[in-house]
Ligand binder design. Structure first.
Ligand code: FAD
Length: 295
């Protein structure tokens, strides 16, 4: 099918883009990479009277690294970040996560910020941003606010973005060298959206896990941190029984929906299994253990 008719705007200056958002409000949709939006248009699931193509706005094509971290503007493609020189040292978790997203063709168009704004529960980048505690800059005509990733995702496919706001860039904090990381997911076919996935970041200190971050995604709900499992790990010396207990806590605290692809019980169970694998890989990378099998 073809999309329904729409007015098309493609400003080259951010101020003009924000002005258009202010004027049209709910009647305009931002077009970034189009990898999610065009499907909705072509199936006529949405019929916005106007599209705001942001691809020619030069200010949004921003990819910078400094002592604060990595700043990624609204038109940076997932593939551009994937190929950013030194990404594996600058932010190894992002480097591990990006190749999991769709296919290289979709990553060549799809943007990092578009994936965050789209807030698909099964998408990798929202879960990674929650784990890295990224900060998102939302701009409107005459103002801006910075929102933490914890506050950004409200529900499946829903964020705190107002109709007149644009996510102009996301900031990932500087990498803490010594941290261990891992992303594990299962999907029906390679490169499909995850049926369930887990992202882990561990900060070691003197053989113990000083700080754990565990995010489960693909549950039908927005990505969620497993706070009970995290606080159980925090401050404890690494051991196989510690890992077993953390896995059990992930299974207990994960909220999951059933759908045509998987039941909620399956998702909760697999979330625990993946958390075990991800925690073990992250612990190896953080120098907390040499074991290479869990369960
Ligand atoms: C075949 C296929 C497989 C895929 N597999 C995966 C996968 O495995 N994992 C995964 O995570 N994703 C996957 N995707 C989705 C892909 O990652 C998209 O790129 C992403 O969801 C949206 O980014 P986009 O730039 O294409 O946004 P668009 O499609 O242009 O926009 C998506 C939504 O976000 C809004 N939006 C976009 N940018 C902004 C902004 N800066 N500020 C405010 N609102 C904004 C739009 O108005 C729209 O509502 C897949 C897509 C396809 C087609």
């Amino acid at each position: 099918m073809k999309p329904p008719p729409f007015d098309y705007y493609d400003p080259t200056v951010l101020a003009d883009a924000l002005q258009l958002l202010a004027e049209h409000g709910r009647d305009i949709k931002i077009l970034a990479g189009g990898q999610s939006l065009l499907q909705l248009l072509n199936y006529r699931l949405i019929r916005p009277p106007a599209l705001l193509d942001i691809n020619r706005v030069a200010e949004l094509h921003l990819l910078e690294q400094d002592a604060e971290g990595l700043k990624v503007g609204a038109t940076i493609r997932q593939s551009e970040l994937e190929k950013f020189p030194g990404l594996a040292e600058i932010n190894p978790l992002l480097a591990e996560a990006l190749p999991w997203i769709g296919h290289f063709q979709t990553r060549n168009r799809g943007t990092v910020c578009g994936s965050l704004a789209n807030a698909d529960p099964a998408a990798e980048l929202p879960a990674v941003s929650l784990t890295l505690e990224a900060r998102l800059t939302l701009e409107r005509n005459g103002g801006q606010r910075v929102v933490s990733s914890r506050k950004f995702f409200k529900a499946a496919l829903t964020t705190v973005l107002e109709p007149e706001e644009m996510l102009t860039h996301v900031s990932f904090p500087a990498w803490n060298y010594g941290d261990g990381w891992a992303l594990e997911q299962v999907a029906r076919r390679p490169q499909d959206f995850a049926l369930v996935g887990v992202v882990v970041l561990l900060t070691p200190a003197e053989g113990a896990c000083a700080r754990a971050r565990i995010t489960v995604f693909g549950t039908g709900y927005p990505p969620a941190r497993c706070e009970a499992a995290e606080s159980f790990l925090n401050g404890n010396a690494w051991s196989a029984s510690l890992l077993d207990e953390a896995v059990a806590r992930v299974r207990t605290e994960t909220k999951a929906r059933s759908d045509a692809q998987a039941t909620s019980e399956y998702r909760r169970h697999v979330a625990g299994t993946l958390a075990g694998r991800a925690l073990l890989r992250a612990a190896q990378r953080a120098g907390l253990t040499r074991e290479d099998r869990h369960g």
